[in-house]
Write a protein that binds this ligand. Sequence first.
Ligand SMILES: NC(=O)c1ccc[n+]([C@@H]2O[C@H](COP(=O)([O-])OP(=O)(O)OC[C@H]3O[C@@H](n4cnc5c(N)ncnc54)[C@H](OP(=O)(O)O)[C@@H]3O)[C@@H](O)[C@H]2O)c1
Length: 251
Amino acid sequence: MVLNNYKCAILKVKLSAQTHERQTRFAHRWYWWPGVGCAPTVLAQDPATVTIPYRNPKDVERLKSIFSPSELARIQFLAANLNNEAEVENLINQMVQVDVLIHLVGGFSMGKTYEYSLENWKRDFDINLNTTFLVCKHSLKRMLQQGYGRIVTVGSRGAVEPVGELAAYCASKAGVVAFTKAIADETKGTNITANVVLPSVIDTPANRASMGTENAHQWVKPESIAQVICFLASEAAKDIRGAAIPVYGNI
Ligand SMILES: NC(=O)c1ccc[n+]([C@@H]2O[C@H](COP(=O)([O-])OP(=O)(O)OC[C@H]3O[C@@H](n4cnc5c(N)ncnc54)[C@H](OP(=O)(O)O)[C@@H]3O)[C@@H](O)[C@H]2O)c1
């Protein structure tokens, strides 16, 4: 399956493809990633249903024009601000099952720390860490009831190799790594796992627009990250807990 230009976010998936019970997957946000990315990869590899939260109805319209009718039949779009606990809870309540959570929401702004506003600092923590807390908290509740779950969060290389003028981003992504490892520890002895992937620069239209294309061949491709995420969501990864996996491409 080759799909171009889709917006991607979080996916939840059912892992027991052998069972015939209804499967519902939980997808948070979808990034705008070119090529074969996370959502198409998940849809191709697993017969589950994907739930995609959105804030802007225009994103849904765009996605509807990208996926095939058979793929759309497996996707439910639900409006939710993932910084709002009541909305996250309501979103989860509308899902039949929450087997896999892939939380892709994130963002940053740049600036020197001595002039960085508290408002921007809080915004970075809201989008990166607080959304992660809320979606993990409420997904985990369901996973513990079900006795099964896979959680994959998205950090950043900056979480483990912090760089200047991105202090809030690096600190909040480091929080995502620590938080994910804490969940992994908390769920030892269960059939629930939690791991985090650490992309470097992703080959996105936004990065090509802001940084040019000269070095784009070295950047990690969205579909490559998607493959790692799908592996972590699979049965084959049932014994991987609390891993922070670098997905750096060639940089
Ligand atoms: N791009 C890179 O080079 C790179 C490198 C390392 C790590 N990462 C990480 O990889 C992930 C994807 O990056 P990206 O560049 O593809 O991101 P992106 O295109 O900026 O997408 C972020 C998505 O998050 C959504 N979002 C933000 N706040 C939300 C909220 N409160 N509730 C629901 N949705 C919300 C945005 O929706 P709206 O459109 O409605 O705002 C947007 O669709 C992020 O976690 C990022 O930190 C990216």
